[in-house]
Design a protein. Structure first.
Length: 192
């Protein structure tokens, strides 16, 4: 299945140019200039070996995708993704759309992002989101790094409200140091 996943990734993201991981880790692959020039997309390649439970008794296979500005050190971004994938594997629970993990320490030393938000990979083709060559299918979860304030906003208002705000905002999704979204002052526990 790993070869098929590589083919799926390369069909949608171009040629893989790097990879990280060692025995016991979940490898991470790198694709430059995806989904646009100057952005690098990283994907796990192996989290999907084990199906993860969903609510209601079903299971899904998942791989994680994160895209960041090319100025961030690839080794550090890959290390974050390996660590986060290992965390998900140990939780033994699939990430759902709208799940927020964090806030905690910075995801990567020296950056503002302190949480991640699980989303559909909307900046990629629709066909990229699901690899149907596995049983159950493998879903690619786009991790959006968030400042702590945005993570608290999602937890207070729900993912639908947050995604509505994302659609209206002019934000740089690829910047791990981006400021929090402006938000109404009447949202509890979300003061700036």
């Amino acid at each position: 299945m790993t070869r098929d996943l590589v083919e799926h990734l390369e069909a949608h993201l171009g040629t893989m140019v790097g990879g990280w991981g060692n025995q016991g880790d979940i490898p991470v692959t790198m694709f430059p200039n995806q989904p646009r020039p100057g952005i690098v997309t990283y994907s796990t390649l192996g989290l999907s070996k084990k199906p993860l439970p969903l609510p209601g008794g079903r299971t899904v296979r998942q791989e994680l995708v994160v895209s960041v500005d090319a100025s961030y050190d690839p080794k550090i971004v890959a290390s974050f993704l390996i660590t986060f994938a290992d965390y998900i594997r140990k939780q033994d629970r699939a990430l759902l759309r709208g799940d927020v993990v964090g806030p905690s320490e910075p995801l990567i030393p020296g950056v503002k992002a302190r949480a991640v938000y699980a989303a559909i990979p909307v900046f990629f083709s629709d066909e990229f989101a699901t690899f149907r060559g596995s049983e159950p299918p493998t879903v690619f979860v786009w991790l959006i790094p968030l400042p702590a304030e945005d993570a608290e906003y999602v937890k207070a208002t729900g993912w639908e409200s947050f995604e509505d705000r994302l659609e209206k905002a002019d934000i740089n999704f690829w910047n791990l140091d981006r400021p929090a979204l402006d938000r109404p002052r009447d949202i509890p526990n979300c003061d700036r």
